[in-house]
Design a protein around this ligand. Structure first.
Ligand code: PAF
Length: 275
């Protein structure tokens, strides 16, 4: 695996790649969820590139940009073992050079749910993903369904701007007890980790009840109460939404998604399930 840092080095390395290229963008602190993206990337293209960039523009002022786990050496080893061919680890000044003034806002989709809880977050995501896609120029880029709204925002941005890349979704990877893998799980204490499984459990129970025909508002209320009873301190949202528009639905129809964000201890977890 070749590791490059500056945009110039990336451009040279990119020019030497023959055949199709798949891209996995990450903020590092890699886990099996990222490795599933690399695996799928290998199935879809001749060569695989990955990026590690903790993007300051997608963190709010009181969020964990400073303490976000950074494990470059271990991440590099994992990517190499997984069969990644090219790793780009840009510096902030490479992605946002002096004078950088552009911000991409995907109206509507960006404004609900995560967007409401984390103002500006998706502008940061859309801007950096556009920047990474335009620099690496992959044929396909892979994103996890764990960040379901992020995936929808990126699809919209790529379609609207005509970025010549296919966006592919990869299902969420879970621990044996059902907790979705996330770099932020590292913040959980042992006790919080044991109780965190209430989130996927509440979503799964809600999914079954909705499919059994229970009234959606009652199901969502019960799921929220379950999380509070099991020690979650705050629920930012727990909703049934249309899988394409992310608009809330109050009666089951078509492809839907149950989405949730909730805080346990000082850690904010997100998860979602198809319905
Ligand atoms: O999902 C992530 O890790 C990040 O939001 C992404 C897509 C790499 C953009 O910084």
């Amino acid at each position: 695996m070749q590791t490059v840092r500056s945009s110039e080095e990336l451009a040279r390395a990119r020019a030497e790649i023959e055949g199709t290229l798949a891209l996995v963008t990450t903020m590092g602190a890699l886990h099996a969820g990222h490795m599933a993206l690399v695996e799928e990337a290998r199935r879809r293209a001749d060569r695989v590139a990955a990026t590690i960039f903790v993007n300051p523009k997608q963190f709010g002022a009181n969020e964990d940009f400073g303490s976000y786990p950074r494990r470059e050496t271990e991440d590099g080893r994992m990517l190499e073992e997984a069969g990644c061919d090219l790793l780009w680890i840009p510096a902030v000044a490479d992605i946002y050079p002096e004078g950088f003034s552009t911000s991409i806002h995907v109206a509507g989709l960006s404004e609900r749910w995560e967007g409401e809880a984390r103002p500006g977050h998706f502008d940061g995501v859309a801007t950096v993903v556009a920047r990474l896609l335009l620099s690496v120029r992959p044929d396909v880029a892979l994103f996890g369904e764990k960040d379901f709204q992020q995936l929808a925002v990126i699809r919209r941005m790529v379609a609207d701007l005509g970025v010549p890349v296919e966006i592919a979704a990869v299902p969420t990877v879970r621990e044996a007890d059902g907790l979705a893998l996330s770099s932020r799980n590292a913040y959980l204490s042992d006790d919080e980790r044991r109780r965190a499984v209430a989130l996927p459990n509440a979503l799964e129970e809600a999914r079954k009840s909705i499919l059994d025909g229970a009234p959606v508002s009652q199901v969502l209320q019960r799921a929220k109460q379950q999380l509070v009873d099991l020690g979650f301190l705050r629920i930012d949202y727990l909703a049934l939404v249309d899988a394409a528009t992310l608009e809330p639905v109050d009666a089951p129809a078509g492809e839907m998604r149950l989405i949730a964000a909730a805080v346990i201890g000082s850690t904010r977890l997100i998860d979602n399930l198809p319905v």
